[in-house]
Design a protein around this ligand. Sequence first.
Ligand code: F6R
Length: 363
Amino acid sequence: MTSGHDPGGGDALKAAEEGRDPQRMLDAVLSLPEHCRRGYAVGRETPGLPSGDGVTTITVYGMGGSGVSGDLVRSLFRERLAIPIDVVKGPVLPEYCQKDTLVVCSSYSGETAETLSCFEEAARRGCRALAISTGGTLAARAEEASIPLVRIPAEVPVPRAALGFLAFGLLGALEAIGIVPPLESEVQHTVRVLADLAGGFRPDADGVTGNRAAALAESIGDRHPVIWGADGIGAVAAGRWKTQMNENAKVAAWASVLPELDHNEVVGWSAGQGERFFVIALRHEEEHPDVAARFPVSLQIASESGAGHEEVHAEGASPLARLLSLIMTGDATSVYLAYLRGVDPTPIEAIDRIKAALAEEGG
Ligand code: F6R
């Protein structure tokens, strides 16, 4: 572990106490267990869900914070289901999406241009479609086309803070459709694991040394986070850490996946290159043994190039709980890093600017 900062999390906690979070992103992060519980119930109880009989492929469509739920479901089920799950994050609905494809269009706001156009195209092709949103144009179009809608509550300031609603809404709906097995006990376990974790991430948690997220933020300090995870749930968690570091802490950050990074990225960790970076390796008990064996030597190479590094271990007894525990630790760390850097975690001016510029161009 290398860090030029006090690993106790003192500065980040002090910043939290100074009220650098007017829209209360930390509260939204710490509400994740409750969001998961409620999202799952909303998904399961959605009226008019399509039949899962004869579905040949599942395609989850969504951008940014609304697309992560697709990554999550794919990583959890791709090795357990007999049909493929694809996640699409671009403007074109793949040609294979036809009437036996379940196309899930996920958009927190219901206003994201790419998601709306794919939704239209899925409806036109007669795919078995499902929308997930708080409302907006997506909900209105779903209603017009008699396509079921998992309507999640609009109670967090931004889409990325709604992961519990979006992902567990999707899981609940997939269970009700009969595509994934019953998940109730796994969801309950996950909620318990997250609630325990949340207690440790509060600004008043057991003194400064007790708050792992604040301590990690201090370890990262002014370096760029590079997040590593093992293929599968580790990779999804690493991707989420990266985007939360980008959007909440406003830092350039990167994520990569083992074993792939051992075939290219490690070479880049050459003498002196690591000095501006801090590698966080996300670990969990079910990593493939061949992949697990790669972490120590890969971290050693990054460390020799001057990078700081730390490992974060998942909690919980199921893949769902482990994945969510890694995600929540990253979400909280990104908020504490925002506090340390003196930035407000909630606004995303660059994204708003791009959306406004494109809307203007589109007339
Ligand atoms: C904002 C965020 C973004 C949005 C994305 C799509 O917090 O995370 O990545 O999720 O721009 O917008 P929605 O989710 O409304 O479809």
